[in-house]
Design a protein around this ligand. Sequence first.
Ligand code: RB5
Length: 149
Amino acid sequence: MSSKIIAMAADHGGYELKSILKDALVQLGYEVLDLGTDGPAAVDYPDFAALMADAIRRDAAAFGVLVCGTGIGISMAANRYPEVRAALVHDAFTARLSRQHNDANVVCFGGRTIGSEVAKDCLKIFLETRFEGGDRHSRRVAKLNCLPK
Ligand code: RB5
């Protein structure tokens, strides 16, 4: 699996931002695995979180991007899956720390709550920031992996 493949999924509250972020990723040289949805018809965000978890589990993508109206529902759903560490981010600081401290592998946005330029900035930072590792963060992330889902 190439670290240049990014999976994306959204519900109807997030498909427009997903499309903007998809274009930005392609411009940055990433390959996108687009899991839908692609229009305004109402869908259920847990279904798209499930598709994302499956892509991460199969190692079909290095990282994932999820978008719903607020980012809340889809991040809650995604974090039910053991292979996913999903972070709802709002700014450069939370995007950076979600990687440095939490080793997040899926970044979530609210399509109705964040501006597209801020989201693009967050996404670039998320993808370019490494997990700091070390005893402290590795121990905590390992404990996350042991929690009941
Ligand atoms: C859909 O209307 C909306 O509830 C959903 O996109 C999301 O915001 C849920 O958390």
